[in-house]
Design a protein around this ligand. Structure first.
Ligand SMILES: Nc1nc2c(ncn2[C@@H]2O[C@H](COP(=O)(O)OP(=O)(O)OP(=O)(O)O)[C@@H](O)[C@H]2O)c(=O)[nH]1
Ligand SMILES: [Mg+2]
Length: 298
């Protein structure tokens, strides 16, 4: 029996969450083409007959410009503490710079095994893939360098077997066999709503969005009622989120409800409201309400 903890790190938009979901085999983390989609540490658990791997998906590493960014970077730092393996994900379509390579080296030097995964190879030419791979291969001390497409499932078996190879032998399983995440249904529902908002809205709005679940209850007949606020930073954004005659909010709500119904395996009534909280990304009180409390990062 083998089991262990694996932190998945990398720059924003590299495909960390897509990779984790592919390895776990379920959608645990939300995914969008917008950088900084993931804001918290998200645990995803892969359990098989003789192995359990506890993945920790993390926010993309960037220079924070507000308190939310600092919260996110603290999440990354704490996620890599005490893990058995670090998986560093890089986007093949984006040239790795000195900072990326230094970041990678820093983790290699810390003594924990590191796998570098070059993702999105489906999107670039072979030449480009080779160029980025050779940069990674020049770093000494990496356990392995693996080109993949997490989206298309290309070469994911290699990543999986390499991760399992590097897991410590252990008699303990950290989580029950059927558990895929440590996050609550409430948290997952808020994330799904945020994902739909990120995907539906035009460019200027999404970064300043947060979701707060205000009520979550189950009726006797099994129907689930959810009331949630989409929080944004400006009145003008509120208008955009609501849309003409409420059309945008309805669209976000419909997509979110469909996914939440799969999650809870029941019919869902979802009521969405939009609230403005100016500059909340620098307001620790509002951040707490939205689930971004630095003190709660363990
Ligand atoms: N073409 C292609 N796109 C991918 C691949 N993996 C992920 N993507 C896309 O890249 C975008 C970002 O993916 P995410 O998984 O959200 O990336 P992330 O690293 O978790 O991003 P943050 O949470 O913002 O740090 C999404 O649009 C994905 O569909 C891949 O292998 N190939
Ligand atoms: Mg992510």
């Amino acid at each position: 029996m083998k089991s262990g903890f694996v932190a998945i790190i990398g720059r924003p938009n590299a495909g960390k969450s897509t990779l984790m979901n592919a390895l776990v085999g379920e959608k645990v983390s939300i995914v969008s083409w917008r950088p900084q989609t993931t804001r918290n540490k998200i645990v995803g658990i892969m359990t098989e007959d003789d192995v359990q791997v506890v993945f920790v998906d993390t926010p993309g590493i960037h220079s924070p410009k507000n308190e939310l960014g600092r919260y996110m970077m603290k999440s990354v730092r704490t996620a890599t503490e005490g893990v058995d393996l670090v998986v560093f994900v890089a986007d093949a379509g984006r040239e790795m710079d000195k900072r990326d390579l230094e970041l990678l080296k820093k983790h290699v030097d810390s003594g924990v095994p590191v796998i570098a995964v070059l993702n999105k190879i489906d999107e670039v030419t072979r030449e480009k893939t080779f160029a980025e791979l050779s940069k990674l291969n020049d770093i000494s001390g990496l356990a392995s360098v693996i080109p993949v497409s997490a989206l298309k499932g290309k070469n994911m078996d290699a990543v999986k077997s390499e991760i399992i190879r590097l897991m410590p032998t252990s008699d303990v399983r950290y989580y029950p066999d059927d558990m895929i995440t440590d996050k609550s249904i409430r948290f997952m529902s808020a994330e799904i709503i945020r994902e739909k908002a990120l995907r539906c809205l035009s460019d200027e709005v999404p970064h300043g969005i947060g979701v707060e679940i205000r009520a979550f209850s189950e009726r006797d007949d099994g129907i689930v009622d959810i009331v949630a606020d989409i929080v944004c930073e400006k009145d003008s954004h509120k208008g955009i989120i609501i849309g003409k005659g409420g059309s945008m909010l309805k669209k976000i709500g419909t997509y979110a409800r469909q996914d939440i119904e799969i999650l809870v395996d029941a019919q869902v009534f979802l009521k969405l409201f939009v609230k403005v909280k100016e500059e909340w990304r620098d307001d620790t009180e509002v951040m707490k309400e939205l689930g971004y409390d630095k003190k709660n990062i363990d």
